[in-house]
Each structure stands twice: as C-alpha cells, then as structure tokens.
Design a protein around this ligand. Structure first.
Ligand SMILES: *Cc1c(COP(=O)(O)O)cnc(C)c1O
Length: 461
C-alpha cells in the first residue's frame, strides 16, 4: 500500500505511472499548475524575502571577494554566465530528430565559483546567514559594518566554538564544508554511499569531518539531523526543509533577469521563457522556480528533470503525497550516475509550496545523459557532469512528446514558439577531476553513434 491505495490502483488513476515503474522516460504535465496570481496566494514567501537574501549576499560580498579571490572579478558575488548554445541546439535537433524553435541558452552554474555547482547558491547562502546571525547575537558586528572583519583570527576563533552539520550526496557537502571551514566553523558532512571519493578527499583536506554511510541520501540527512539535535551549538542544514537554502537559490532569478536584458532577450506574453532544471530533493530547482515566477509570472514555464530511477518529485506531485512517498514504493531502485539526483523522497516543503508553480517533470535515463554530455563537449566545448545534462533533453521533449505538445496547446503557446527562449540549467561539472570527466566522455562515445569525433580532440577544452 502507498498511502491508502495499492500500486495497481495508483496506476489506474495515473496511467503514466506504468511507464514510470518500468523505467521509461516520460514527460508529465502537472495538472495542479495554475496562474501565478492564484498560485502565489497560497505561498507565505514573496519577493521581499528574496530581496533580503540578496542584500545579505551583498553585505558579504567584500568578504567573499577577499577569501575567494576567484570571485574578485564579480565583486564577491557568486554568479554564473548565461550563454547561447546554437551548436547544441542543432545537436539536439539531430539527436532527437525534431525541430526546436526559439533560442537555446545554458545557465552555467557548473562554473559557479567556490564549489562548481548549483549548491554554491543555497548552501553558501545558508552558511553565511547562520554566521551573520551568530555574530549579531553576540554583538560582534552590526549589519552596516564592513563584513571583511569575518576574515580575522578573532572571528575564526569565535566560530570554532560553533558547528554545522549537513547530509549530502556530495555537492551540498562541498559547498557547506568549504564555506563553513573558511569561516572557522567545525563542519560535519554526512555523506551517502553515492558520494564521490574526490569530494570527500577535498573536504577532509579543508579540515571538514566527513562521515560515510553505506546507504542513500535520506539516511545521511537523518544522521546529520540526529547529531545536531544533541548539540545546541550545532546548526543543521536541512536540505529537505530549509527555507534559507530555498531563498538562497531564488536569488538567481533577479540576476538572470539582468543577464537576459544584456543579451537583448525579451520575456513577455508573446516571448515565452522555458527553464529546464535538474531536480534532486527539490530545493535548488524549487528556489529558482519560485524566483523566476516572481520575475516573469505566467510568461515563464519551469520543468524539472529527474533520473528514471529517482523520479521522487514527479511521484510526490502526481500522488500529492509529496515527502511521504519514496521511489522504492514504486519499485524503483534510486540508483543513477547522476550525482545529486539520487534522491528517493522529495522535499515536502518544496512540493507543497510549489505545487501550482511547477509546469511539469520529465525523466531521463543515464544513457541519455552520457550521450548529451558527449555531444555538448563536441559541439560547444563545454564539459558538464552527467546530472547537469538532465535539463538538456527537456526542450526536445516539450516540442515532440504528446504531453509536451498538449502543454503548449492548452496554454496558447504554440504560435509564440518561434520567439521562445529555452534555458537549460547546467548544475555542476567544473570541479570534476579531468580523468573522471574523460571517462564520462568515453562512456558517451561508446553509447552513441560512430560519427563521434575522437576522444582526444574533444575533451581538451
Ligand atoms: C543538488 C544538485 C541538483 C539538484 O538540487 P536539489 O536541491 O537536490 O533538487 C542538481 N544537479 C546537481 C549537480 C546537484 O548537485
């Protein structure tokens, strides 16, 4: 039984579940999706909360710029480029044998400073917010002071009496660990079995305590939560429920609005915007969706992408059981090569909050990710980790699946598609060791057709 129904009853109610349980790729449109004005009335967060998060990041910018010199050129603001990828657009047309109209862009969170993934948004934001709160409570600073003083022995000594714990499949731990250790906190990262060795090694080098488990992400989170419950000076970063993480991610949207303007891209009634976001527990894509909706309301359409073996957000939204389901209830094993996406149960908070703002969710097999990784590397000379490719097939699926076409039809979008903008959110990759990236690429070559250009030529970028 799943809630009060058997799996067969669930399948009868939602026939697409049949395909999901056997691991087919699907494209699902969310029947709860509603107009922004109505969806927003159910949510207790607004633009004001995002603004406050943005201002907090601005206060810390001088400090970030000092301790992470790679952020000097952006004045201590951790932000990634938004670029056109016309060759990849042609690559997708060829790969999936179907037209894509409008412009295709890549949001390169894969190349965010400090930790090389989307987690450099939410994760770093929550650590900074916690540091500020503790410093304010202890009268070490006021909010109009220069936060450069966080880079001092006095502050590091002070923070060494405080600790931070987090459960992670890798990338969140990397962001929290690097930022927390830099401020002087003791950091404990509880890692699930799928976390990569290089991530654990890097954290240990920085003095972070890494605790390893033989089970998946949910267990790592549970253990982190338990540890923090016992210690009043320990802050637990709760990837499944944190509103701070959520708001840290949401800040991306107003900055993206400026980037679109710089590229002379219009978003309005006749110029729809589509965003394709890889989803693990949901905080990252959820926060970004929330921010994008504040900016563009009904003119932006956000689709989440999940592995076929871990479609937790899809199942949570479809059954409306949210955090109460696990992909295992549906016979799926939650095993995927997509780092960060091997999550069995979605964030209850994100699913419920955004139930009417998420346009839909589609699933992707690991083979598809490797194939697209190879193509992107060949035609655009950009290397991403496999999970970061999950956004990529969304655009083809929107145009060419029955469900995708239906979405365009019912929202009156069809005639505007020649002037549409599609943003694929690249969520990680720049910190992946080169030999590992080469192995990913080779896997893409093996899985794809023979006309792939040679390994050696393509990967040295
Ligand atoms: C964490 C992560 C995601 C998804 O973010 P969630 O907040 O877990 O949904 C996507 N891609 C990569 C590379 C990640 O590390």
């Amino acid at each position: 039984m799943i809630a009060d129904k058997t799996l067969d009853e669930w399948i009868q109610e939602h026939p697409i579940l049949k395909n999901i349980t056997i691991g087919d790729e699907v494209f699902w449109c969310n029947p709860q999706y509603d107009r922004f004005e109505s969806a927003q009335t159910r949510i207790s967060f607004s633009e004001t909360h995002i603004k406050a998060a943005e201002e907090r990041l601005n206060r810390f910018a001088p400090y970030i710029s000092r301790v992470f010199p790679e952020t000097q050129k952006t004045g201590g603001i951790i932000e990634s480029p938004l670029i056109r990828i016309p060759n990849m657009q042609q690559g997708l047309v060829k790969e999936f044998k179907g037209e894509i109209t409008g412009d295709l862009l890549l949001k390169c969170d894969s190349h965010l400073a400090i930790s090389g993934s989307i987690k450099a948004r939410g994760g770093i934001y929550e650590v900074l917010k916690h540091a500020e709160e503790v410093a304010l409570q202890n009268k070490l600073i006021t909010t109009d002071e220069d936060y450069i003083i966080f880079d001092s022995d006095k502050f590091r000594r002070f923070f060494s009496h405080y600790s931070i714990a987090v459960g992670s499949t890798g990338n969140l731990g990397l962001s929290i660990g690097i930022m927390g250790a830099q401020l002087g906190f003791q950091v404990f990262v509880h890692m699930s079995s799928d976390a990569k060795q290089w991530k654990k090694d890097l954290l240990r080098q920085k003095g972070v305590s890494v605790i390893e488990y033989q089970s998946d992400y949910s267990k790592a989170v549970e253990e982190g939560r338990k540890q923090a419950d016992l210690d009043p000076n320990m802050h637990f970063i709760d990837d499944e429920n944190s509103t701070d993480l959520f708001l840290g991610y949401a800040v991306a949207a107003s900055r993206l609005t400026d980037q679109l303007a710089e590229l002379n891209i219009t978003v309005d009634e006749t110029h729809p915007l589509f965003v394709y976001l890889p989803c693990g527990v949901g905080g990252g894509p959820g926060g970004i969706t929330f921010g994008m909706k504040q900016q563009f309301k009904d003119h932006v359409h956000c689709f989440f992408a999940e592995p076929t073996s871990s479609p937790c957000m899809l199942l949570g939204l479809m059954t409306r059981l949210h955090g109460r389901i696990s992909v295992r209830d549906f016979g799926l094993n939650n095993l995927t090569d997509a780092d960060g996406l091997a999550v069995g149960s979605p964030s209850d908070f994100v699913g419920k909050t955004l139930e009417q703002m998420i346009s839909g969710v589609y699933t992707v097999q690991d083979e598809t990710l490797y194939g697209l990784l190879r193509i992107l590397s060949d035609v655009e000379k950009i290397s991403l980790e496999p999970s970061a490719l999950a956004g990529m097939p969304g655009v083809s699926k929107l145009f060419h699946t029955v469900e995708g076409k239906h979405y365009l039809e019912i929202h009156g979008l069809r005639q505007h598609m020649p002037k549409a903008t599609h943003i694929v959110w690249a969520t990680g990759g720049s910190m992946v060791p080169q030999d590992m990236m080469k192995a990913y690429y080779r896997k893409g070559v093996q899985l794809s057709d023979k006309d792939a250009i040679s390994d050696k030529d393509a990967i040295n970028n």
